[in-house]
Design a protein around this ligand. Structure first.
Ligand SMILES: [Zn+2]
Length: 258
């Protein structure tokens, strides 16, 4: 599943491709109800900005219209030169924005909606989001306040996935951040000190900008995807298990994470 770094990476590529331009071709090939009139509604409007908050991406157009996207498990943003081969089949494209020699394509939804700026500000799902882990003014005290407001029996690994606490962390980063801070992802959040919680967040703040800039290959790979292999820090065997209500995959080292 795409995490905050992937979405920020997509946002900067899309920004470089179409911000400040008026897309001359807008298409919504996917036969999805409610998207029929998007080309008409967006025609002639300049793309004012492209930004991300956590796993949400916003393409803001002149005249109070914003495209909001969330990729969940399946979606993908692509930026292509004209004539370049797309990474997914054309029938899976939900949206194409073409400007000069570039095409910005959103594949496989599943959340793609056109909203007024006011609705973006007031939509309860968006208003409830916690501070963006990649945001410039990340507020550590607000992160701790929100973490403490959540169920203290929830394992810290899963609590980090709560987008109302902190926006942008998914399975890879929760696993890697807990490892970096030597915190057992199974420890109840209520038993994790502020210092440990901040060590987790600070590792993400330090390392995520790199993969936001350069793509997922720049992510750390100490535990995620390494179940059954030896921990590079202590030599114990890395484990994987599903966690909490969503049974979300967690990787950790039982030897050095406490
Ligand atoms: Zn270890």
């Amino acid at each position: 599943m795409p995490e905050g770094d992937t979405i920020h990476h997509a946002a900067s590529r899309i920004r470089a491709a179409i911000a400040g331009t008026v897309p001359e071709r807008i298409a919504t090939p996917h036969p999805r109800h409610g998207m029929d009139r998007w080309p008409e509604r967006l025609r002639g409007r300049e793309v004012v900005s492209v930004d991300a908050h956590g796993k949400h991406l916003f393409i803001r157009f002149q005249g109070d219209v914003t495209l909001h996207s969330h990729l969940r498990m399946t979606g993908l943003w692509g930026v292509y030169r004209e004539g370049e081969r797309w990474r997914r089949a054309a029938r899976r494209a939900w949206l194409v924005l073409a400007s000069g020699p570039v095409e910005v394509v959103q594949f496989d939804g599943p959340v793609l909606e056109l909203m007024s700026d006011r609705r973006v500000r007031t939509d309860p799902r968006l208003a409830a989001l916690g501070p963006d882990i990649l945001g410039e003014g990340f507020d550590e005290r607000e992160f701790l306040r929100r973490l403490r407001a959540d169920d203290p029996t929830r394992p810290i690994g899963d609590a980090l996935l709560e987008q109302r606490t902190v926006a942008g962390i998914g399975n890879v980063w929760k696993s890697e951040c807990c490892f970096a801070a030597a915190v057992d992802p199974w420890r109840p959040a209520g038993a994790v000190s502020d210092g440990d919680a901040l060590a987790i967040a600070r590792f993400a703040r330090e390392r995520m900008p790199l993969s936001a800039r350069e793509g997922p290959r720049a992510r750390p790979r100490e535990v995620y995807g390494r179940a059954g292999e030896r921990c590079r820090r202590c030599g114990a065997i890395v484990l994987e298990r599903g966690q909490w209500d969503g049974n979300r995959a967690t990787f950790w080292c039982p030897g050095c994470q406490r």
